[in-house]
Design a protein around this ligand. Structure first.
Ligand code: SIN
Length: 352
């Protein structure tokens, strides 16, 4: 598969950064010859916890990563994947990683904002026009500053995995304009910027764990929600909602994080194995995320089980104007630097 420029750049930046750690003097260890006989204590076990289903972009990529690492190390390095919040739920996984109870997680960028609030720049509504713009932003100087903020938290960011753009769904009527959100109880991820976005539109944002959104919709505690199509369908949320607005109003992607102390203690050849494998898996994940969201849109169109509406560019314009105060709110808290570097504010922007 031919690498896009954006992909080459982001891989270069992430892997280049990681290789600095690799070259910092960790001792090289060759894999034991008879690793099959080793107990779990003698092998290298990486526990990878996440909160979504296995048939989502993140779930599939985590599994692929585990499978390739196992094959390539002959079983000496084992990535154990725990999906669906089985080990740790939304609010718990970051602490579990910091404590070393798990070694890898891939939280949505919105969820790392409790630790590093500047990351909420990614949550700004209509900040990006395409996934490539997100990748370019993160590979650029300001994006890399955000990435390096994990260091002081004892974490290492090994890459960025996509899900896609979020869409809006609601039980009772179609959402076409911001004012349609008034009084609606909307489930959101824990991010002040997302909270602000819905509050400004007059909705009642409710921070709820991903794994219990279905129950809350079923009980009628919430009226609607925002998410990517692969996430919505993976939890059958569309079966409890009558209207879907394809708004592409915000990006949902994942920071692939490892406990830094664990990483530093890995033998050099295992670090190389992990970084090399991730070059391949990251690209595969991007492609899979794109395909899966496209497929899910077609499936939803075919099933006639939910009313689907695509925002027009005029309507999108109305949303953007209505959400301008969210940008002001971000700038007031964190300064203009992160916002000014967004592609929509660049001279050669393709933003509509
Ligand atoms: C995820 O994709 O990891 C979950 C996103 C959400 O909480 O909506």
């Amino acid at each position: 598969m031919e690498l896009t420029n954006s992909y080459k750049r982001i891989v270069f930046v992430f892997i280049g950064g990681i290789m600095l750690f690799v070259l910092c003097g960790c001792q090289s260890t060759n894999y034991p010859v008879d690793f099959e006989q080793l107990s779990e204590e003698e092998r290298i076990v990486i526990r990878f916890s996440h909160v979504v289903g296995e048939e989502t972009p993140k779930g599939l990529a985590a599994r692929k990563f585990a499978q390739l690492v196992k094959e390539r190390s002959g079983g000496y390095v084992e990535v154990q994947v725990f999906p669906n919040g089985f080990l740790y739920k939304d609010g718990e996984e970051m602490e579990a990683l910091s404590n070393g109870d798990v070694q890898m997680i891939a939280p949505a960028t919105s969820k790392v904002t409790s630790l590093i609030p500047e990351w909420s720049v990614i949550d700004l509504p209509f900040a990006f026009n395409s996934i490539e713009e997100v990748h370019d932003y993160l590979a650029g100087p300001v994006g890399q500053e955000l990435v390096s903020k994990f260091d002081s938290q004892g974490l290492l960011m090994l890459g960025m995995w996509d899900n896609g753009f979020k869409q809006l769904s609601n039980r009772d009527y179609l959402i076409r304009y911001p004012e349609d959100l008034q009084q609606l109880k909307m489930r959101i991820m824990p991010s002040d910027i997302i909270d602000k976005q819905f509050s400004i539109a007059g909705a009642v944002p409710m921070k709820i764990d991903f794994n219990v959104v279905f129950q809350h919709l079923e009980n009628g505690d919430i009226d609607g929600q925002e998410n990517t199509l692969s996430n919505i369908t993976s939890k059958n949320l569309h079966l409890l909602q009558n209207y879907l607005t394809v708004s592409n109003h915000g990006y949902l992607g994942y920071t692939l994080l490892m406990n830094k102390q664990f990483w530093d203690e890995l033998p050099e050849d295992v670090q190389v194995l992990i970084t090399d494998t991730l070059v391949e898996v990251n690209e595969w994940e991007w492609e899979t995320a794109r395909k899966l969201n496209d497929e899910k849109l077609m499936e939803l169109e075919d099933c006639h089980c939910i009313d689907i509406y695509h925002l027009t560019s005029e309507e999108r314009q109305v949303w953007e104007e209505a959400f301008q105060p969210v940008y002001n709110y971000y700038i007031k808290r964190f300064g203009a630097k992160y916002v000014k570097s967004l592609p929509k504010f660049q001279e050669n922007s393709t933003y509509e």
